[in-house]
Design a protein around this ligand. Structure first.
Ligand code: FCB
Length: 483
């Protein structure tokens, strides 16, 4: 154990800056359900999840956590936990069923009342406009590979701005465009399930453009609004000196291809040509729109990625090849613990990412961790409790890293745990549980897990106690129990 880890377990209380925003995050398709109700149109995720073989167990978001019907009760739960903010996304096809033209008033009413319900409870709405559920009608016209989709997104952003109006909210244009381009259009593991490098490269630029256009429209419609974008950024670690260059290219392709346009108005030179948007798609003025000033930057952080050189045709457990890059392998080091998603647990990667981003954004620009969390093997014990110690340790480690970043000068202004509820975890369906609230999908009962109580205490006190105090027992006792 390092001195820092030891201190985090048994040592001092860490106090966060006053006004630090404590929240929990979610997204529409993962929680709302009511997929065909009150005029909602189909999204690419409805089509994809209803296609056999795409989602584990054939799960779909048709019902999910039934948040559409249970929002009031869930808002009461958030208030009882003392959350200061709730990050949710708007389902574009609920508001504009075909992604263009007619507006569905009942959809708008749902989000208006959600915002009102949050504000009435002193919970700040953090509104994401796009968390992957593109209206299917737009996909039928070429989806994000079609420039027109970016223009339609800007129209939809304006519709939402006018419906919600000026309020004490945060607006996030896009969530993790990286996943849309790579998993949606390049390797097909997410909706719309395409596998085409050229479409993915076009998608990359059109998502960035959608962000820039929507940012401009929100600014015009709501001059006082706070607007940002959420990117998923993770350190790329090289196994050794030989793998250093491969790590730089991987970083360019996974991270810099999003950071560079948003912060610096350019695409990274080190990414391979087939990943970069071709110059003919980048029209005059696009890059200026894309790098226009935001009011904050959202970071989703889960784990670092590790790169080694080797024979891509002889992969070991937990390894994957990078398409088109023979000899470069993504791997999981033996000594690093994994979550039940198989994702490496490394809180120092959050510290590193925050410090790196803060050095590049304009000085003082607030950064929010808009997602961080872990799936675990949660179950309800015979006393009706969910005793999720792994999640408590995960949260504690990452909050300690976030706190250290603040001490190092990073203007970190808030943290959103992913996720409030257990929910539809995309291609994994309902098998993976990330929530602070355990959801019994058969009855829709919510049971706050032990982590929810711990997080609530941290949020209310604005302080991170030592891990041992949080767990209520010493590290030695726990080590004894585990052995
Ligand atoms: C992020 C997504 C979110 C959730 C978490 C686990 O990449 O933004 O919807 O699936 O991963």
């Amino acid at each position: 154990m390092t001195a820092t880890e030891n201190d985090a377990r048994a040592g001092t209380v860490r106090t966060f800056p006053s006004g630090f925003l404590w929240g929990a995050a979610s997204s529409a398709y993962q929680i709302e359900g009511a997929a065909a109700q009150d005029g909602r149109g189909p999204s690419v995720w409805d089509t994809f999840s209803h296609t056999p073989g795409t989602v584990r167990g054939g799960d779909t978001g048709d019902i999910a956590c039934d948040f559409y019907h249970r929002a009031e009760e869930d808002l009461d739960l958030m208030a009882s936990l003392g959350l200061a903010s709730f990050r949710f996304s708007v389902s574009w096809p609920r508001v504009q069923p075909a992604g263009a033209g007619a507006i569905n008033r009942r959809g708008l009413d749902f989000y208006r009342s959600l915002v009102e319900g949050l504000l009435a409870r002193d919970i700040l709405p953090a509104i994401t406009l796009y968390h992957w559920d593109l209206p299917q009608a737009l996909e039928d016209l070429g989806g994000w590979a079609n420039r027109d989709t970016a223009e339609r997104f800007a129209d939809y952003a304006e519709i939402m701005a006018e419906a919600i109006g000026e309020c004490d909210c945060m607006w996030i244009t896009l969530n993790e465009p990286q996943v849309v381009a790579n998993q949606g259009y390049r390797n097909g593991t997410h909706a719309p399930g395409l596998r085409d490098d050229a479409l993915a490269a076009a998608t990359t630029h059109h998502l960035m453009l959608a962000h820039g256009l929507a940012l401009a429209r929100l600014r015009t419609a709501l001059p006082a609004a706070r607007v940002g974008i959420t990117l998923d950024i993770h350190p790329i670690r090289a196994a050794d000196a030989q793998a250093q260059d491969a790590a730089i290219v991987t970083d360019a392709e996974q991270n810099r291809i999003w950071i560079d346009p948003v912060i610096h108005g350019r695409y990274p030179a080190r990414a391979r040509e087939q990943l970069l948007p071709p110059p003919e798609l980048i029209l005059d003025g696009d890059m200026e729109l894309i790098c226009a000033r935001t009011d904050f930057l959202g970071l989703n952080y889960y784990s670092p990625h590790f790169v080694r050189l080797g024979d891509s045709s002889a992969l070991r457990r937990d390894e994957s090849a990078i398409p088109g890059r023979p000899g470069v392998i993504l791997y999981k080091p033996d000594e690093v613990m994994l979550t039940s998603m198989g994702w490496s647990i490394e809180p120092s990667g959050l510290h590193e990412t925050l410090v790196t981003l803060a050095a590049e954004t304009s000085p003082g620009l607030p950064i929010y961790v808009t997602e961080n969390g872990c799936a675990a093997e949660d179950y309800v014990d015979p006393d009706g409790q969910v005793n999720d110690l792994e999640r408590i340790e995960y949260i504690h480690g990452h909050l300690e890293a976030a706190w250290r970043a603040i001490q190092d000068g990073v203007p970190l202004a808030g943290y959103f745990y992913w996720s409030l509820h257990d929910n539809f975890e995309w291609a994994w369906g309902y098998q993976k549980r990330f929530g602070l609230l355990f959801v019994d999908y058969g009855t829709q009962q919510r049971i706050p897990k032990r982590s929810a109580h711990v997080y609530s205490q941290i949020a209310r006190s604005n302080e991170l106690p030592p891990l041992d105090a949080v767990l209520g027992e010493s590290a030695d006792a726990r080590a004894g129990r585990a052995s």
